[in-house]
Design a protein around this ligand. Sequence first.
Ligand SMILES: C[S@@+](CC[C@H](N)C(=O)[O-])C[C@H]1O[C@@H](n2cnc3c(N)ncnc32)[C@H](O)[C@@H]1O
Length: 303
Amino acid sequence: MQNQKIKNNLAKPFLKWAGGKTQLIPAIEAYLPVDLTNRSDLTYVEPFIGSGAVFFWFIQKFNIKKAVINDINAELISVYQIIKSVPQELILFLKELERNYNDLRAETQKRSFFMDIRSKFNLKTDNKVENAGYFIFLNRTCFNGLYRVNSKNFFNVPFGKYVKPRISDPKNILAISELLQNVTILNGDYTETLKHASENSFFYFDPPYKPISKTASFNAYAKHDFGDKEQERLAKFTELLTEKNHRWLLSNSDPKNIDPAAVFFDELYDKPSNTICRIKARRMINATAAKRGEINEILIMNY
Ligand SMILES: C[S@@+](CC[C@H](N)C(=O)[O-])C[C@H]1O[C@@H](n2cnc3c(N)ncnc32)[C@H](O)[C@@H]1O
């Protein structure tokens, strides 16, 4: 999948995303199976893609045959599809949004521009390029780049007060578009990805975090909650993958950060084939600056 152009012009995540994994890449690399890339028929599967930090790194670093990405967030997946199919149209639209927004001087003007785009995005017109442009615009200009919707699936994150945010990044969008040409993009529950796995597949799971405190908002990605029952369903799915001889690595927040006696994941993934490690990570998206410190992240793998 690699080619010279991509190597020279590295594609990187185009969104800020709660739980974005850029910080964790060196640790993830250290824990990959040693023989992972010995064969040339590897399929990389990322069922909770979000902003795709690990995906972009992985598919440009290793020579893989096929990649499959998925997320339950339909609006997010639609942006990936638009970047894949009509990047130039999206770039033009983003440039216009960026110019119009950055030309405004007063914060009140910027705020009302933001609110206007937010309403347009929530109306969801038939124009998928515009919807994708609004999605990226809101991500760059809303509070902390959060994605949160109410029960009607209306995006409701407030204005972010950025003075001159970068909204359009043409080089990156073109590099991503090229990469995505060979990628299968799915929008559904993570279990759907299994149908697209091949004999030699590696899954990287980064599900919504188990909240580290009752007030933490890390798991407010979409209208779909990801509580303990969902974590248990995911653990069962990983067992199925193990039965089918697929290898997988999963990351999550470590409940021991708040309660040293918590053993939720230790019990859930207590299988002879699994390994559980704890590593240091930095949390970037948190409403409280004081809580953006170093915490433990948990890595679980079946090899
Ligand atoms: C922690 S984020 C992934 C962050 C990503 N690793 C990154 O670097 O940006 C979790 C993602 O899971 C998605 N999600 C939640 N429930 C899901 C489900 N049942 N199936 C698939 N995706 C789901 C959310 O929309 C969110 O984008």
